[in-house]
Design a protein around this ligand. Structure first.
Ligand code: SAH
Length: 208
């Protein structure tokens, strides 16, 4: 069962589900270039889970490079669209409606988890719960790559901004932060993209 997170916003799931009845600002119809670069550089290895996968573009791109990829999202319409794309493109990615705060529903473990825009929608309390869920679903020495809006992004558009310190606080026990780099989050609002952090984080507990 999902842990009870007191400040979880009940309206959040409805917000995302409704967004996929149109084309949301983050749904750019192609993979985020940061994940294209990571995939091509060979940093993304083994079986991959895309958490908060939306309509699946990052997952499709990585599957095209060879890995077995599974995408999960809490919004049923996003998963429906992703499955439709998988059928049309003939790319064998598994898409499931799942809660990223309840990943132990997935009866297997992954070498790599990617996150394009999920972490920055979580509340402070959800972050700790999410990190525990990630640890459950990653193999020992498994890698987590996360792209989130940065506190350096000006203005009020979009999700909450995240600082490097907040990322380090969330992944302080049982994780090694390999890097947090300035990056770009592409979107349909700002053609130059938004300022982001790309984090590479490794699970180090060695227990699973
Ligand atoms: N990764 C996608 C979508 C980013 S938007 C892309 O790059 O296009 C954030 C996504 O996280 C949305 O699709 C939303 O439905 C999903 N999401 C939000 N909270 C979630 C949760 N608790 N569990 C799973 N998915 C969640």
């Amino acid at each position: 069962m999902r842990e009870i997170v007191p400040d979880h916003m009940e309206g959040e799931q409805e917000f995302f589900e409704a967004a996929y009845h149109g084309i949301p600002p983050w749904d750019i119809g192609k993979p985020q270039k940061e994940f294209v670069r990571l995939g091509r550089s060979g940093e993304i290895v083994g079986d991959v889970l895309d958490v908060g996968c939306g309509t699946g573009e990052n997952a499709f791109f990585l599957a095209g490079l060879g890995p077995v990829v599974c995408g999960i999202d809490a919004a049923p319409t996003a998963i429906e669209i992703a499955r439709q794309k998988a059928r049309e493109r003939g790319i064998p990615v598994t898409f499931l409606v799942k809660d990223a705060l309840n990943l132990n529903q997935i009866p297997r473990k992954f070498d790599t988890v990617i996150d394009s825009g999920l972490f920055h929608v979580l509340s402070d309390l959800e972050r700790a719960c999410f990190a525990r869920n990630l640890a459950d679903v990653l193999k020992s020495s498994g890698r987590y790559f996360m792209l989130c809006f940065s506190d350096l992004e000006p203005g009020g558009y979009g999700p909450r901004r995240v600082t490097q310190g907040e990322i380090r606080d969330t992944f302080s026990g049982g994780w090694e932060i390999r890097y947090i780099r300035p990056a770009v989050f592409e979107n349909r609002i700002n053609t130059a993209g938004s300022k982001a952090w790309l984090s590479s984080i490794v699970k180090i507990d060695g227990k699973k």
